[in-house]
Design a protein around this ligand. Sequence first.
Ligand code: SF4
Ligand code: SF4
Length: 351
Amino acid sequence: MATKSLKAKGNDLAVSNKQLEILNGGIFADGELPYFKDKISEIGHFPLRPKKLEILQINVGYMCNQVCEHCHVDAGPDRKEIMTRETMKQCLDVIKNTGAHTLDLTGGAPEMNPDFEWFVEEAAKAGIKDFIVRSNLTIIRANKKYHHLPDFFKKHNVHVISSMPHYTRGKTDKQRGDGVFDKSIKALQELNERGYGMPGSNLRLDLVYNPSGAYLPGDQAAMEKDFKKALKEDFDIQFHNLFAITNLPIARFLDYLIASENYEDYMYALVEAYNPSAVANVMCTNTISISWDGWLYDCDFNQMLDLKVASKVKHIKDYNEDLLNDRNIIISQHCYGCTAGAGSSCQGTVA
Ligand code: SF4
Ligand code: SF4
């Protein structure tokens, strides 16, 4: 189990260019596997273009109380990149004027940003239809100063989406660290007590599953059924939907794939599972991702690879939705993770 980020360890893969070298080289440069660009050209989707903007995803910082094995953000307690109030104010100007219907706050653990609650209060006033906070659950139990979060979320009618790799302690703790399962269960019970995740409740609580090894997720609907049954029977916990997400071969998951000698097999599996009908709905076609320091990206994954949007507008201070919507999306071989099987996005399958 990791205790430090790749960045803190001085690992080569903390540098995005190194990751891109791997993704663009080896079995792809040799012609063993086709480049993603060529695959989507076959169906007339290259260059990949955005459709209507629906989701603004804001990453308020890479600090996290956990150091999960497969984190694509390379987050952890040692990451100090945190969005300032000044950048938050620039985001708020955009939130008030955007055509997007969904605001999605992510991290790290977004709650660890010292201005998180101020930002949620201000952003909630904009009346965005779906206001998501991606909470890792354990943060709610990590420290007394976070114990009130379930009430705070409820007060602002925040939609909580939380990672829960499995309904068993062993698989969850293996991926996310010792004790994570028990704390997550307690946090889910507290959210349920406030009405989150209950049948018919408008306090939305969704869970995210991602595989704990070098394999693709199973059928989302079947897994949701299994999770619902097990969590209800074992802990009397309820939630609304389960999103099954494919691990993309970047950051700590890429490090894991290489260290476990699974990289090539995993890329083969992603390419074999390529589903052309997922391409039209990949997440970057309706999302703009904003980093802690205000730069704009096609998605959270491109943010971690430091692939800024291919647009005249690259920073939140210059935000212009029309100009941004007229751009080509930057792709590489990690994109195969979004088109494998039923497709994958921050809100689950797309095909
Ligand atoms: S909780 Fe999320 S952001 Fe934090 S280390 Fe785990 S996967 Fe990364
Ligand atoms: S990784 Fe990002 S850019 Fe690539 S297909 Fe997925 S959402 Fe789009």
